[in-house]
Design a protein around this ligand. Structure first.
Ligand code: DCC
Length: 194
């Protein structure tokens, strides 16, 4: 399905997505980029704990089980939580590009309600790269990786350097992250090799 919004379609002349030579192998679990991340971190009790794996090319798959803490309507996932699951899955594409990027635009379609205790099967891939602009798309399915689409999104991520987080993040968390060798290792894994 091509993006409905023109601004989320790679422009003519955009480069085809290129898997970084040092990207994790297809099937490899990517782990969390930050333990306190609401999307993938183990340190957030009510977070999504989304687990993403590298796919072929510049793609990822991920799974997320909707918990009681994620409700909007009774027994149903909150739309914002589902958008977060899509955003996080799309963000995980950074591991394949080895580029740090943040969400600039995210357009989401909600096609079916997602009940509590349901596992959402997500996949995402990059559709094109134009300078710092990374175009991508994702779906979330019910019942299995080939199940009905419940949610989908098109996105534009913008490449940034580590300095983006140092400049804008709160001092306490930045200092803690920089003092954590695991976090520094993860940040390096996102960086393009010179
Ligand atoms: C340690 C490991 C951690 C790794 C951390 C990984 C975290 C992943 C987490 C999941 C993802 C998230 O939720 S990330 C969190 C949510 N997102 C954010 O907080 C981002 C907030 N926004 C910003 O900080 C800024 O707007 C930026 C960085 C996105 C862009 O600012 P900038 O760097 O000054 O660049 P700027 O010149 O404005 O834009 C560059 C180009 O992109 C285009 N552009 C920019 N924004 C948009 C937009 N919304 N819609 C259309 N186009 C846009 C511009 O027109 C321009 O095109 P042209 O003129 O070149 O053609």
């Amino acid at each position: 399905m091509s993006p409905r919004n023109e601004t989320l379609r790679p422009p003519e002349g955009a480069a085809a997505p290129r898997r970084h030579p040092d990207a994790p192998a297809p099937g490899e679990l990517l782990g969390s980029h930050y333990d306190e991340c609401f999307g993938c971190g183990g340190g957030q009790d009510h977070g999504l704990h989304l687990a993403a794996r590298a796919g072929e090319g510049v793609s990822v798959t991920a799974e997320f089980t909707v918990k009681k803490a994620h409700q909007g309507a009774p027994g149903l996932a909150h739309g914002g939580v589902l958008a977060t699951a899509l955003d996080e899955t799309l963000g995980a594409l950074s591991w394949l590009l080895r580029t740090i990027a943040v969400t600039g635009r995210l357009e989401t379609d909600f096609l079916r309600p997602v009940p509590v205790d349901t596992k959402l099967y997500l996949d995402a891939h990059v559709t094109g790269v134009d300078g710092r602009k990374i175009y991508s798309t994702a779906t979330g399915r019910l019942g299995g990786p080939d199940g009905d689409i419940a949610v989908r999104a098109d996105a534009l991520f913008i490449e940034v350097k580590v300095d983006h987080f140092i400049a804008h993040g709160r001092d306490t968390e930045i200092k803690a992250a920089m003092a954590d060798p695991d976090q520094v290792r993860r940040a390096r894994a996102f960086e393009v090799n010179p």
